[in-house]
Design a protein around this ligand. Structure first.
Ligand SMILES: Cc1cc2nc3c(=O)[nH]c(=O)nc-3n(C[C@H](O)[C@H](O)[C@H](O)COP(=O)(O)O)c2cc1C
Length: 202
């Protein structure tokens, strides 16, 4: 079977691509609105792309009516955001925070979370999270236009907060303690419980 993207409707292309490129990690992102409301939303068009400096990219796409999501508007305004862990204990809250609320309503309150001040950015971070990455916007790259078109938010990680509870006795992150979850196609999610290790070739 072959699918030529230019011959299929955009929503169908979306379903194919998110079902095939899976699982994807989920950035749980706080931003600050122009009027000071703390916004919280999950994004699985997300990954990390280097370490010198550590750089993250995620993509709030345009909505089905081609308007911008609050997260994009907020980052355009303040140029800062905080990415939090998406882990098993929070799956219900992560999902609930994807609800379309008005820009004046904070998803943080809506999902029953609390925030505390960040250190290097003005955007507050979740008070309880296995990790949080304070990020400064480097560049926004819009790709395409219209519904579900990408807006690549490229950000430098300035500060990493880590809960010692996810560390092993050597001070390294233990994936069994972190308990990351990820997104696949449709309504599918996965846990990171079926772990294995392999030595890399020299
Ligand atoms: C697990 C999960 C992953 C998501 N990933 C994305 C994504 O990568 N890009 C996107 O635009 N929307 C994504 N969404 C939908 C947004 O979270 C949703 O549109 C949200 O309302 C955006 O919030 P905002 O308008 O406050 O920015 C995802 C939703 C869920 C539940």
């Amino acid at each position: 079977m072959q699918i030529e993207i230019s011959k299929i409707p955009v929503p169908e292309a979306y379903q194919w691509i998110v079902s095939l490129v899976a699982p994807r990690p989920i950035a749980w992102v706080t931003t600050l609105s122009p009027t000071g409301v703390v916004n919280l939303a999950p994004f699985s068009f997300f990954n990390v792309f280097g370490a010198n400096p550590p750089v993250v990219v995620f993509s709030p796409t345009l909505k089905r009516d081609s308007t911008k999501k609050d997260t994009l508007i907020n980052i355009e305004h303040h140029g800062e955001f905080v990415i939090h862990a998406s882990t098993e204990p929070d799956i219900a809250a992560i999902n609930a925070s994807s609800a379309s609320l008005s820009p004046e309503t904070s998803e943080v309150d809506y999902v029953g979370k609390e925030t505390i001040p960040s250190v290097l950015v003005k955007v507050p971070r979740l008070a309880k999270s296995p990790f949080a990455l304070e990020c400064k916007l480097r560049q926004i790259v819009p790709v395409g236009n219209g519904p579900i078109s990408a807006n690549l938010i490229i950000g430098d990680v300035l500060m990493i907060h880590v809960d010692p509870a996810i560390l092993d006795k050597h001070g390294k992150v233990d994936p069994k303690l972190l308990r990351s979850v990820a997104r696949l196609g449709g309504e599918h999610w996965c846990r990171s419980t079926d772990l294995f290790q392999m030595e890399r070739p020299g």
